[in-house]
Design a protein around this ligand. Sequence first.
Ligand code: ZN
Length: 311
Amino acid sequence: MKPAIFFLPGEGHSNGPGHPEGLRRLNTLDHLFRRLAAEGKVTLSDQWKEDPESFFRVYEGPHLQQYLEGLLSFPFPSGGIARLDPDTGFSLGSLSAIQATASAISTLLQSRQQAGGLYFLAERPPGHHALSGRAMGFCIVNHTAAIAWNILRQDPEARVAVLDFDVHHGNGTEEILRGRDRFLFISTHQYPFYPGTGSGRDNSDRPRGEGILDIPLAEGTDDSAYHKILREQVLPRLERFRPTDLVVSAGFDAHREDPLGGLLLTEETYHVIGNSIRKLDCRFIASVLEGGYNLEALSRSVEAYLNGIGS
Ligand SMILES: [Zn+2]
């Protein structure tokens, strides 16, 4: 199956000048996706309609209603960029970026109900640090948590796993979905490191594999060490849980060339992860772009991942 790409560059969203999370990340990926589409490796999806209702439909539940309402009525300084936390900007265009992503997620959830599928959401701002009631770490709303939450709400038969391989712990996703039935959260991340959570202390394991599996990685972890963890910890837990649906927080800042992270992975690992996911035989797989701040490494890593996950 070819991955369908949902491309949401969030042109109006800005964290301010010099910030690593900027529009040029998605401009780089735009070139990549066009080339991969021309080579017949992905399809570019432009099927979603802008639907203002989808903002609450998608994000309420995972996020508190009052938090979402506060974003909609945010008092912007004239022409400036507000800070929702020390790392996270909120500009006049941020809301329309988020609303476009909500519309795309709504379409994606409808497609899932009809036919399952394989999707890659390339969006800004990213989401996995956003908590139920607070923005954090470049993230305002949590797309991965919202997709998983809505699948669990819509489908009583679904078993949903989230895999987060960003260099940073997916603390927001974990906070929002902790304790849910039919749900497994797995995160591999550098530790100790931002945001300070994910030591493994909160891990839990129910008889059918539900729960939390945080796998902290020491600075300097390389491809071969990561492959061993994937083989010995991540995949056995996923195989035991038997997800019908997999949502991936696909961050590429564990790459050795990334300026923010301290891990030493290469694009080979992203190919291996993609290939391993493909073999899980889930009916629906949605990957959501998180980090990745060296533009060339990001592009090579996303390409390797898509080559691994597609067939
Ligand atoms: Zn990250």
